[in-house]
Structures are given as C-alpha cells and as structure tokens.
Design a protein around this ligand. Sequence first.
Ligand SMILES: [Fe+2]
Length: 414
Amino acid sequence: MPSQKTRSVDYHEALRDIAKSLVRLKRPERLLKMITRYIDRELGLTHAAILVYEPERSRYTIFDSKGIRKIPRSLIKFDQDYPLIRWFSSKDKETESLRQYLSKQKIREILSNGVAAKLKPETKAELSRVQRSLNDLRADIAIPGFFKDSLIGILLLGEKLSRRLFTRTEIHFFETLVHDAAIAVKTSEYHQHLIERNLELEVRKKQLEERLHEIERLRKKEQSTYYEIMKSLAQEVHAKDPYTFGHIHQVERLGVMTAEELGLDLSGKRKDVLSAGLLLHDVGKVGIPDNVLKKPGGLDREEWKIMRQHVEKGVKILEPLSDFKEVAEIVWCHHENYDGSGYPRGLKGEAIPIEARIVSVVDAFHAIVSTRCYREGRPVEVAFQELRRCAGTQFDPKVVEAFIRAMKKRPKRG
Ligand SMILES: [Fe+2]
C-alpha cells in the first residue's frame, strides 16, 4: 500500500522521464500501465485509473486501476452516453473552458456560485450528472486526453492520502502527462497497425506463393500424366510394327550411351530431354494409316509423302506440353540429314540439334539390324559399315563414331 508521501515531487523531471519512456515504449498498454504505476508510487492517492477508448467496440473501459481504492477494471465499461464521456466529447462552445479537466471541487464551486447562473439549465443538469459519475468512479479529478479533437481516454485520480487538494502545478503536470500519453497511444496504435498490416501482407504473399506452387505442382502432374500417355502411344506405334516391338527402350539406352560417349552435358533436365526425344521421336506414326506403316518392302512416292507426315504429327501431339518444347524440336528434326538433304526443313550440320542427330543414327542402326517380315535383320558389323558409309551425308560423322565406340564398349550379352 502506498505510504502518504511527504517528499515533494519534481514534476518537470518526472515529465521528462516519462516522456522518454513514452517514446521508447511501443505498446500502448505498457505506456498506460507505466503511468498508473508511476502515479500510485510517487503521489500517494487513494487510486488512479485510466479509461481508454476501444474503437472496435465504440466504448470506453477502465484499462488500469491502482491504489487502495482501485476500481475492478473488468466491471466498468462506458458508452458514449455516460455523463463523463459525453461531457468531454461535447463540442459545445459554452462549456469549452470546462473540458480541460474537471474536479469535484471545481464542479461544486461552479454549481454553488454565480457562474452557474450564466449556464443553461441543461448544462447545469449535465454537470450534476458528471459529479455523480465522479463519485461512482471514486475520482476527485478527471483529466481528458485528446488526439485531434477525439477523446482517447480519461485519467481518473482519487483523493490524496494526505487529504490535501491538488495544486495548480500538479494539475498542470497531469494535463501534460495525459496529453503526451494520448499522442503516444495514437502513435503506437499507428505503429501496431503498420506492423499488423505488414504481417498481413506477408501472410498474403505466402498464400499466393503456396497457390502458385500448387498450380505449378498440378501443371507438372498434368504434364507428367500426358507424358505417360505419350509414352504408351509411342509403345503402341512400335507394337504396330512388330520389328521394333520392345526395342524402344533399347533405342533410348543406346542414344544416352552415345551422348555420354560424345561427352555431352546431361546434367539437370538435359538427360530427360534426350530420353524423351529418343522414346517419342516416332510418336506421330499413330496418325499414319496401317496400310502405309505396315507395308512390306518399299513405299511408292505418294506413300512416302504420307509416311513423312509422322514428323509434323509428332510435333502436334507434343504441342500442349509447354515443358516439352525441346523434345518437340528433337522430334521435328529427327529426319533431317547432316548434309541438308533431309526433311521436313532441310536443316544442315550443327543447325540440327545434337539430340536429333543422335536419334537419327540410333534409329537407322535399329532399322538395319532388326528382322522385318520381308527380310532378316543384318549383322551389327554391316550396320556399322552402312552408318559409316552415310557419315557426312545422312549422319553426323562424330555421332556415328561415338555410337560405334559406345556399342563396342557395351558388355556382350549372354
Ligand atoms: Fe521417324
């Protein structure tokens, strides 16, 4: 319990100290608690309390109360019609000078002397109600805190334990204190608002990133499903043509080995692009009629025209896959010849993607060694001779040699 103070308080110094803390403290509730604690500790009053406006509920509540006659803060909530609130919130010119602060003594004096005679009857009635409010709140004096004409809160002070009246210096001290606190509360509310706003923006940003991530995940899933469908399409193409049935994965393996032999960079997705190119290069053959695709022996001019369309048809099948642009490029180029005599665009040399040059060699090798209904598959050595014969015209010589080297390094089966 605070003792009755006999020592005097240096109010200037106290204001300076408090002002420093007001600037330092960022949270309004800590500021206000500090003020009530300070008053209770230094001034020896029956109680000190702070009424604060809660904008989200449009009401005032006892935020903090200290002293031997403190008010249970949870009990007291006031709306705008409570006489004390209404008085300080009023914009009435007549009572303007009475809105800096009110004390029970001041109200008594006004109501009992000649000043009252000049006031309107409703103002006098209002003052009487305010007097009763002060009694209810056990307050001797009430000091309002404003920010741009809005009533932010009220400091309520009980009697001095010494029973002495508040001096003019003390009242001025409290007025300054409440004024500074109101500004500090508003500033920290603004800070808090900014922090919350930033947090909110952070959360929104995170949600957006998660959403984008989810979209990307779904897109990838969709693409991989499509890729699986295409792979089975490619299998189907080979299944239609019994000579290549089951060879598609061998083609892929040999192609990758050739790329490794060439020392190509297969990091990241490079290897996947090459594998997909090797697996899917003839996927467009699903669109070629069986009588052309399965025709034994040579094709006539018209039939070749149809057969060659499998390149564009393959590119069309790959089109919906945005991740497969490079794969589509391989498909588009796998019948281009190194000397520019191939189709569909007549690309030449290094203008043909290296992956497509590899597909071209590996595919030709398979056509030579595979048994077809109209002829037996030829030996590997014959295929090598044939590849070498066409190196520089149909094939890239570097790729032919790398392929042959890779084949020779391959462990012999059986
Ligand atoms: Fe092809």
